[in-house]
Design a protein around this ligand. Structure first.
Ligand SMILES: Cc1cc2nc3c(=O)[nH]c(=O)nc-3n(C[C@H](O)[C@H](O)[C@H](O)COP(=O)(O)OP(=O)(O)OC[C@H]3O[C@@H](n4cnc5c(N)ncnc54)[C@H](O)[C@@H]3O)c2cc1C
Length: 382
C-alpha cells in the first residue's frame, strides 16, 4: 500500500500538516519514534508573541503576525472538533525595563514597532504596576503589546493530534524513521524496526532531529537549542499579562501557576535540567516579582528548539526531490507557527503548490554552516 503522504514527526508541526492534508482527503501516516511525543511542542511556554520576539520588521514578522491573527479561529475550530479544552489567553504582554540598558532596548523596540504601525503602548513604571501590582517596584518603564497572546501548548498539541486522527491520519508511534530513499514514483521511508513504507510525498517535521535522517538530498542545518523552564505555584492567580524582561519571562497559566523561562543553551542533545538553569530561571522570576521567593517550584523541565543558522524555518519542497517537503526549523516560534505551517505545507503536500511565498524559507538557502555562526546566540525570549 502506498500512502499519499508520510509525515515524519508528531510534534505540533507534523500534526498540523497531517490535519490539513487529511482534511483535504489525502491518505496520511504520521511516524514518531516516541510512544508519547513530547519534545519541543510539549516543553514550550506557549507564547504567541511576534511583538516581543522580533527585532525588526520584515517578511518573517509578517508571517508571525498572520499566524497570530489566525490563532483564535483555529483554536475555536479545534475545540469544536475535539474533546480537548485549549486554554487561549488574549491578555497581552508587558515588557519591563529594569535598568538603563533595558530602557535603551525598549526605546529601540518602541521606535521601530510604532514606525511599522504595530500596536504598542508605552507605560511609566507606576502605570505598569497599576495594571500588574505583583511586579517589582524597580520597574522604570514598560511596553504593553496588547496583541501578544498565549496558548496552553500541551493542550494545543493534544488537540492537533486528535484532530489529525479524526481527519483520517494514521499515527504510528514508537516508530523511528532512519532514512528516506527517493524512487521514480514514490519515496521509501525506512524505519528502525527494519520495516519500510512507501509514500508519494514525505513531509519532514522531525524538529531538532530533522537533519539526522539518512538519504536527504542536502545537509539540513537544524541544530538543537536547549531551553529549560520552571513552573511555580501560587494559591491565587497573581498576574494577568505575560511579563517579560530582556532576560526572560513569566507566563501566567490557569489557577496560580506561572511558567518561568527560559535558558538558551547550545549543548547538543544533552537532555535534562541543571542547577545553573535553575539558578538562571529563579533569578528571572525574582527579578520580575521578588514576592515569589517563598513559592513552591512545581516542575522544572527542558526541551530542544529546532534552530537554524538564520533563525528562520525551513519550509517547502526540496528542489531536487520535489516530493520531499520540509516543515522544520521553527526555533522559538513553532507553537505560534503551527497552524499556518499546517495550512501551507499540508496544502502543498496535497496539491503540489501554494500561494505562500516560501522563498525566504527555501531549503537550499544555506551554505555549509560555519561553526562560529552556529555557536552565536541570538536575541528573543522563548
Ligand atoms: C523552552 C522552550 C520554550 C519555547 N517557547 C515557545 C513559545 O513560547 N512560543 C512558540 O511559538 N514556540 C516556543 N518554543 C518553540 C516550539 O516549541 C518549537 O518551535 C515547536 O514545538 C517545534 O515543533 P516540531 O513539531 O517541529 O518539533 P518537536 O515538537 O520537537 O517534534 C518533533 C518530533 O519528531 C520526532 N522525531 C524526531 N526524529 C524522528 C525520527 N527519526 N523518526 C520519527 N520521529 C522523529 C520527535 O520524537 C518529536 O516528537 C519553545 C521551545 C522550547 C524548547
Amino acid at each position: 500500500m502506498t500512502y499519499d503522504i508520510a509525515v515524519i514527526g508528531a510534534g505540533v508541526i507534523g500534526c498540523a500538516v497531517a490535519r490539513k492534508a487529511g482534511r483535504e482527503g489525502a491518505r496520511v501516516v504520521v511516524l514518531d519514534r516516541d510512544e508519547q511525543p513530547r519534545s519541543a511542542s510539549w516543553a514550550a511556554a506557549g507564547m504567541l508573541a511576534p511583538h516581543a520576539e522580533s527585532d525588526s520588521s520584515g517578511e518573517f514578522l509578517s508571517l508571525l503576525l498572520r499566524a497570530r491573527a489566525g490563532f483564535p479561529t483555529f483554536v475555536e475550530s479545534l475545540a469544536a472538533e475535539t474533546s480537548v479544552p485549549i486554554a487561549y489567553r488574549a491578555d497581552g504582554l508587558l515588557l519591563l525595563a529594569l535598568n538603563e540598558a533595558d530602557e535603551a532596548d525598549l526605546d529601540e523596540r518602541f521606535a521601530w514597532q510604532a514606525a511599522a504601525g504595530l500596536e504598542v503602548v508605552r507605560l511609566t513604571g507606576s502605570e505598569a504596576r497599576t495594571i500588574e501590582p505583583a511586579i517589582t517596584r524597580e520597574v522604570h518603564s514598560a511596553l504593553l503589546f496588547p496583541g501578544d497572546h498565549q496558548v496552553e501548548n500541551r493542550q494545543l498539541h493534544a488537540a492537533l493530534r486528535q484532530s489529525a486522527a479524526l481527519a483520517g491520519g494514521e499515527f504510528r508511534l514508537g516508530e523511528a524513521v532512519t532514512g528516506i530513499q527517493a524512487g521514480s514514483e514514490v519515496l521509501r521511508v525506512e524505519m528502525g524496526s527494519g520495516s519500510h513504507l512507501a509514500a508519494k510525498v514525505v513531509v519532514l517535521a522531525a524538529g531538532s532531529w530533522s537533519g539526522e535522517i539518512a538519504g536527504l538530498p542536502r545537509p539540513l542545518p537544524v541544530t538543537p537549542v536547549h531551553g529549560q523552564l520552571l513552573a511555580i505555584d501560587s494559591a491565587e492567580p497573581f498576574l494577568r499579562h505575560i511579563i517579560a524582561t530582556p532576560r526572560g519571562y513569566l507566563v501566567p497559566r490557569s489557577g496560580g501557576r506561572a511558567i518561568v523561562g527560559a535558558t538558551s543553551e547550545r549543548v547538543g542533545f544533552r537532555e535534562g535540567t541543571t542547577l545553573a538553569g535553575l539558578r538562571q530561571l529563579a533569578s528571572i522570576a525574582l527579578e520580575i516579582s521578588p514576592s515569589l521567593e517563598g513559592r513552591p517550584v512545581a516542575a522544572h523541565w527542558g526541551g530542544f528548539r529546532p534552530g537554524t543558522p538564520d533563525d528562520l524555518p525551513i519550509l517547502g519542497a526540496d528542489p531536487d526531490v520535489p516530493s520531499l517537503i520540509y516543515a522544520t526549523g521553527h526555533y522559538r516560534n513553532g507553537i505560534l507557527l503551527a497552524p499556518i505551517t499546517g495550512e501551507i505545507i499540508g496544502g502543498l503536500a496535497v496539491g503540489g503548490q501554494t500561494d505562500a511565498d516560501l522563498f525566504p524559507y527555501r531549503p537550499d538557502r544555506f551554505r555549509e554552516p560555519d561553526s562560529a555562526e552556529l555557536s552565536e546566540e541570538s536575541g528573543g525570549l522563548t
